[in-house]
Design a protein around this ligand. Structure first.
Ligand code: ADP
Ligand code: ZN
Length: 632
């Protein structure tokens, strides 16, 4: 299905050229040997004999050799002989009436040039005949500046949306792109502008490449894919040239999709770290930005990039007019995993008894690539045992193999851990729902994402510029709800709440020391934020408040946190049945949406609480005021 980009037509003229060149080569070699046929090498004694016999016609005497013409039957021939020390040579030649003269030695530069000239000629001919034709195929080893992008032939496109499962939202996001690629002119007529660049982000193996290919497949357009890491070569300038080449190629094949994998390899923030960036990477990134700015999406080219680290990308890349649409390709939930298994099970012979839903339940944390791997391994295992079809036992064994295997990049979660994570997240959610001033809960999930083992997603109803004391206090309680639930249900606490605790403590400190929200200390604001101290500027900065005040702040902070924890626990204890229901639901489905949470808590949702559409990039960043992502 992957076809190399073959654009060079078969070229019969080239083989004709080959023969002409070869002919010229042979002729010129021949003529170099002498004007009259090959040179005869004579022993010196033969030479002297021929002189005496009158067969030598002429002689050029150099320091090492004597060359000239001699009789050969009734024709003339060239001869050459190595000179020896011989005092009678000149008298003998004179006596035989041979025309002779001395000859300058050829300077070494001359002979060097002669030889190099030949080498050049050969190299040129070789390049012309064998290297150059392959350049267009992108196969030559000397082909630095050409992008190695692979073109997928639209007519042979096999991957479509039915091969991609478990990411319905991402597929939905692609619909208008597909419509556009199918008929760019319709959009042009209306003057509609589409995003030029779409950034797919998500954990490795969640199907970002697959999704991009499927978009090309659905739209039946050419698909160029390149990995950003191959733009970053050892030679400066090569990457930039490749980017240029890639875009030129795509333009010729428009409408088309250009897919750049591992975008973070070139797109990392510039000037990061001491000593500046990587020169080559920067050049390549600049070239990419130039190309991005240089084409209009109406030309029918859509750029797609993928990364698992959207947070490290250079902001220049994600600016409007560049990779300005961000689409999350999430790790699949249980339903998604079942669908992905179904996609891959189509390709092998499955036994009647196999229940993919059960398999999906037993593979939390698996991404699409893992699941594809499971089915493949199971098929191999079944074949090894000469079974007619894949059985449940094969799949179970395959799951274990994949779980232990080196290819698995995502993390494995044990049943016990899953229960703790579910309790923790349910704790956050219940507390949030029962707090008066909290943002609406959008969904709660125990699917790992980034460093978080699970998350409770809250979305504000509107942008806020001022936050009230009550809101911050509720935030504290919600943050501590995770740990409180662990304690209530397991009588044991885990390390998972570390991030919650440090954030809660930071909020509390800010309230007391900076926002003047402590009744005991009153409206004071002192500088406590140590991250503001710049190295080299203020290393020995003193606190601008007394030790006594510091102690008071500390005790207020600690009181505030303890108080909030107690509140969280109280809320959970008076909602224990609901907490348990939510935990069970989470263990069963892994993601529970707002509507269902409300049902569990018997809340009549007013329609205005419909949360805003997710802000795509914000979601992965740690932006507490907008989106609450809880580290388990
Ligand atoms: P990524 O680009 O996100 O790292 P890939 O698209 O390369 O992941 O996925 C690798 C393989 O895993 C795919 O070729 C496909 O077989 C399988 N796969 C991954 N995600 C899915 C999915 N959502 N649906 C079906 N198969 C998937
Ligand atoms: Zn938490």
């Amino acid at each position: 299905m992957k076809a190399r980009n073959k654009k060079t037509p078969p070229f019969p003229a080239r083989s004709i050229l080959f023969w002409i060149l070869g002919f010229i080569l042979i002729v010129s070699l021949y003529s170099k040997m002498g004007d009259n046929g090959p040179v005869k090498n004579l022993d010196y004694s033969d030479f002297k004999a021929k002189v005496a016999a009158g067969d030598i016609l002429s002689a050029q005497i150099g320091s090492q050799t004597i060359t000239g013409k001699m009789k050969n039957g009734d024709k003339e021939a060239s001869y050459s002989t190595l000179k020896v020390e011989d005092n009678t040579l000149v008298p003998d030649l004179t006596a035989a009436k041979v025309a002779f003269k001395g000859q300058e030695d050829r300077s070494w530069i001359y002979s060097l040039l002669m030889n190099i000239g030949w080498i050049f000629l050969f190299v040129f001919a070789w390049w012309f005949l064998f290297i150059r034709p392959q350049r267009n195929d992108g196969r030559s080893a000397l082909n630095f500046a050409k992008s190695k992008a692979v073109l997928q032939d639209p007519s042979k496109q096999e991957i479509t949306f039915k091969d991609v499962a478990g990411c319905d939202e991402a597929k939905e996001e692609m619909q208008d792109i597909i419509k556009f690629l199918r008929d760019p002119r319709k959009f042009q007529k209306l003057g509609a502008k589409l995003p030029k660049g779409i950034l797919l982000y998500g954990a490795p193996g969640t199907g970002k490449t697959l999704l991009a290919k499927a978009v090309a497949g659905e739209a039946k357009v050419a698909f160029f894919s390149a990995s950003a890491s191959e733009f970053v070569e050892m030679f400066v300038g090569v990457g930039a040239a490749r980017v240029r080449d890639l875009f030129n190629n795509a333009k010729k094949n428009a409408p088309a999709i250009i897919f750049i994998d591992e975008l973070d390899a070139v797109g990392r923030r510039r000037f990061a770290g001491i000593g500046g960036g990587h020169d080559e990477r920067e050049q390549t990134l600049n070239q990419l930005l130039i190309e991005l700015d240089g084409f209009e999406s109406k030309q029918g080219i859509i750029l797609m990039g993928s990364t698992n680290r959207p947070d490290v990308l250079d902001p220049a890349l994600t600016r409007p007019g560049r990779f300005d649409r961000h689409v999350n390709v999430p790790s699949p939930d249980m339903k998604g995993r079942k669908e992905i298994l179904e996609v891959h099970a189509r390709k092998v012979k499955m036994g009647e008894d196999v229940n993919l839903e059960v398999i999906a339940k037993s593979t939390p944390g698996f991404v699409g690539a893992d699941l594809a791997n499971v089915i493949n391994e199971a098929a191999i295992l079944a074949a090894r045992k000469d079974k007619p079809a894949v059985e449940t036992s094969d799949i179970e064994e395959a799951v274990e193999r994949v779980m232990a295997g080196p290819q698995r990049k995502s993390r494995v979660i044990s049943d016990k851990e899953k229960k703790v994570i579910a309790a923790h997240e349910a704790g956050h959610t219940i507390v949030a729902k029962r707090s008066k001033y909290s943002d609406p809960v959008h969904k709660v999930s125990i699917i790992p994402r980034g460093p978080a083992l699970g998350y409770t997603m809250q979305l504000p109803l509107e942008d806020k510029y001022l936050t009230t004391k009550s809101e911050i206090l509720d935030k504290l309680v919600i943050l501590l709800g995770g740990r409180a639930a662990e304690e209530i249900l397991f009588d044991e606490i885990t390390t998972g709440a570390h991030d919650d605790l440090s954030r809660a403590t930071a909020y509390a400190r800010k309230m007391v020391a900076e926002l003047g929200m402590s009744a005991k200390l009153g409206p004071i604001s002192v500088q406590t934020d140590e991250s503001e101290v710049f190295l080299g500027r203020d290393i020995s900065r003193h606190k601008n408040y007394s030790e006594e005040l510091a102690r008071e702040i500390d005790s207020e902070v600690s009181m505030l946190v303890k108080d909030s924890y107690r509140k969280a626990k109280d809320i959970l204890l008076s909602n224990k049945a609901e907490l348990q229901t939510l935990i069970d639901r989470l263990l069963e489905k892994e993601v529970v949406e707002a509507k269902e949470i409300n049902e569990i808590l018997h809340i009549e949702e007013p329609s205005k609480e419909e949360p805003k559409k997710e802000e795509k990039v914000e979601e992965v960043k740690e932006v507490p005021s907008k989106t609450e992502k809880e580290n388990n």
